[in-house]
Design a protein around this ligand. Structure first.
Ligand code: NAD
Length: 459
């Protein structure tokens, strides 16, 4: 039996309707408050992330709290500018009107987040929601329970419940109950593609606009002209961060046949260098989220030949950073999002082979190409449709607030970060102001005989 969320949601709506959240100084103050609360609870957040995911403090700062603070600072620096109505041109038929685009807050927004980056993926969209002048309900993942409890504490202590409200519980129960009780003005969802489709359907019932930040298989191509040493390091550091549980982790590597052996040797060397020969006891190396995830990913180890790693221990949900030679394109490891520290590697001889493998899982969230040729990099970027991409890098594009972050097709809908977050959480309202001193008769009936003039004006 779900609680009745309606009274709570009506309070949020009533608070939004007072207009207070639209004020620049108010928005700025709330962002400052959020920042201060994160910093004041930094140690508690480290402890919770350690308990939920065995994240080291360093990793937690770079991928969670630090990234979030940077997002807040960026919003604070630019908020005034983002809020200004943007001047637009005016076409001949409408002169001498003046045209502008206003960023209007949606109103009451719902933010739903997954467990893999439980701090950042809940609060980073919230930064956009606050900056854009909304009130919000945030729903953390029930699986990162320790972190969800600290986040609840932070939200409750920092914001009144009728402004920002944290709702916890099983998403399959809580989210439908929220959406049945109330028509939100916007839904921002991060999580699996399967649940994303459920959210999209529920939102469609009331035509609620959505952003869907989903998952998928992000391919990584290492071409014959790549710097092998650099490619191996940059792929490994991203792939094995958070034990591979990253939406933009390189899902599999396609390496040119001419450098395959050399690249495999380099990957083995780098994995050992980064994580040692006892990754299970390496404080910098994470663990799988839960037994369900562990079982799923251990299952992939049978679907190829282990070239590096391959060890696992159920009692501490450990799976070693693993390089897996795969030849069967129909194996589950080549069909499902891996979301764990198993990295299939395959060789290719022609671009057509790469295209054919990638197109089996089209529109990935990210695409990575390693090449030292500018022309070749450009070729691949133009060739493979994806949410985002890097040339000679993996995942770092999402840490630049000046770039939109989001997927396309199966990997999502819409984008955020920096100004893109502000825009996502705002309705772009077209406004035309027309002076009264100029009011030619041509605008009004009768229209007979004016066709020639209309054709000149409107073309
Ligand atoms: P999930 O879809 O299981 O859960 C995400 C959220 O949805 C949780 O808060 C959960 O409570 C809620 N939920 C679960 N079932 C629901 C239902 N039936 N109806 C409504 N809400 C429901 O995802 P997850 O396992 O927590 O996260 C892993 C997935 O998220 C991966 O596919 C990963 O690629 C993706 N992801 C994407 C991004 C991105 O930015 N694109 C970031 C992180 C993770």
């Amino acid at each position: 039996m779900q609680p009745n969320y309606l009274p709570l949601l009506q309070h949020l709506k009533a608070h939004y309707q007072t207009g207070i959240t639209k004020d620049y100084v108010f928005r700025k103050n709330q962002l400052e408050l959020l920042k201060a609360a994160i910093l004041a609870n930094e140690q508690e957040l480290y402890a919770a992330l350690q308990a939920d995911l065995k994240k080291s403090k360093e990793e937690a700062w770079v991928t969670e709290m630090g990234m979030l603070i940077a997002e807040i600072n960026h919003a604070l620096r630019h908020l005034k500018q983002w809020m200004k109505p943007k001047k637009a041109g005016t076409n001949l038929a409408n002169l001498p009107s003046v045209s502008k685009v206003y960023a209007e807050p949606w109103g009451v927004v719902l933010i739903i987040s997954p467990w893999n980056y439980p701090v950042q993926l809940l609060l980073s969209p919230l930064v956009g929601a606050i900056a854009a002048g909304n009130v919000a309900v945030v729903k953390p993942s029930e699986f990162a329970a320790a972190t969800a409890n600290v986040l609840q504490k932070i939200i409750d202590a920092t914001f009144p419940q009728n402004y920002i409200c944290c709702v916890q519980g099983d998403g399959a129960q809580v989210v439908p109950a929220l959406l049945q009780a109330f028509t939100f003005d916007y839904i921002f969802y991060t999580g699996s593609t399967a649940v994303g489709k459920i959210i999209y359907k529920m939102a469609a019932e009331n035509l609620v606009p959505v952003t869907l930040e989903l998952g998928g298989k992000s391919p990584c191509v290492v071409d014959k002209d790549a710097s092998i040493a650099v490619a191996a390091k940059r792929i490994a550091v991203t792939k094995f961060s958070n034990c591979g549980q990253m939406c933009v982790a390189p899902d599999y590597i396609l390496v040119h046949a001419s450098i395959y052996d050399a690249f495999v040797q380099e990957m083995k060397k780098v994995i050992l260098q980064f994580f040692g020969d006892d990754a299970a006891n390496n404080a910098d190396y994470g663990k799988m989220m839960n037994e369900k995830q562990w079982n799923r990913v251990v299952g992939y180890l049978q679907q190829g030949t282990v070239l590096a790693g391959g060890a696992f221990q159920k009692e501490n949900l450990f799976i070693a950073p693993t390089l897996l030679a795969v030849s069967d394109l129909n194996a589950a490891v080549m069909k499902e999002e891996i979301f764990g520290p198993v990295l299939p590697i395959l060789s290719f001889s022609s671009p057509a082979e790469v295209e054919s493998i990638v197109s089996a899982n089209p529109n990935p969230l990210a695409f990575y190409i390693f090449t030292q040729s500018q022309k070749n990099g450009e070729y691949w970027i133009q060739k493979i449709p994806s949410g985002g991409a890097c040339i000679n890098n993996a995942s770092w594009h999402l840490t630049n607030p000046d770039l939109p972050f989001g997927g396309r097709g199966n990997s999502g809908l819409g984008a955020y970060h920096g100004q893109y977050s502000f825009d996502t959480f705002s309705h772009q309202k077209a406004v035309m102001q027309t002076p009264v001193w100029f009011d030619p008769a041509i605008k009004y009936p009768p229209f007979k005989g004016k066709l020639k003039l209309f054709k000149w004006l409107i073309r």
